[in-house]
Design a protein around this ligand. Sequence first.
Ligand code: NDP
Length: 292
Amino acid sequence: MNANSDVQVSVLGLGAMGSALAGALVRGGYATTVWNRSPGKADELVAQGARAVAGAGDAVRAGDVVIVCLLDHASVREVLGPLEGELAGRSVVNVTTTSPEQSRELAAWAAGAGIAYLDGGIMAVPHMIGEPGASILYSGSGDVFDQYKPVLDLFGDSAYFGADAGLASLYDLALLAGMYVMFAGFLHGAAMVAPAGVKAGDFAARAAPWLSAMTGAFEGFAEVIDGGDYTVAGQQSLHFSDLGDLLAATSGQGISTEVVDMVQRLIRRQIDAGHGEEGFARIIESIRQQAD
Ligand code: NDP
């Protein structure tokens, strides 16, 4: 018997991520019931102290809170749909990646069925779960978040964004947008220096601290955006930010200009609209309007 055994936790889905979450629960001392569609995935967790059951319904009945970590929205619907009756009165925390609309749809279905629903977006890879740096974004039922926060905190930093079940997913995707564009920017740089004989590894060693340092600019951009005045003194102007030289150097290396072109187009739209003396943060206005 351990300190946390009064809360029964069930996990549906033992893929790479579901197994990592279940492992963190077992290590955290919670009575953990696990289920997976295909057999054989629970063996290691059972050896650590989890209880495996043959049916998703068995897992639902065993849990005060049911953590759902399946492939996608369709698989969540497929598994939870027939269990509506068993789930009524229980708490579901769905950390399966879904779109904001899908999260809202699940929340509406849950509300109709008397299920307390919290949606989550995982900002980590499986080996990070329970380690510093992992975070999970939640929105939906504040009661579920508050009641089970000690459970959720075993996965990583738990952040709650409010009652709109789609907001965690939206935040998750917005953060991924930043990550992918940054990755593309890094790879562009690596492709640029490669014809000069620079190894990607050498470039990465230089790019990582540089890009980390540049994140320090976010706060200043955010202040300008939230203040609504792009003319605030002390900013780098859009004219100054013109990427013509960068594009020429890119072409000179015989590689695609697509990554830099994208940023240049956002800058040019604001300059062409007469805002060239205003700060770089103004390109958010290009992003806010769909391009023709
Ligand atoms: P996996 O592909 O490793 O596992 C998928 C899981 O979903 C398996 O348990 C699989 O069961 C189950 N599944 C798929 N379809 C169905 C279905 N129709 N009915 C029942 N079970 C089904 O994925 P991950 O564990 O890596 O990811 C799970 C979720 O976590 C995803 O939504 C993913 O986007 C999210 N996530 C994952 C991250 C990662 O780095 N891995 C990072 C952030 C989020 P079976 O074993 O039977 O196939």
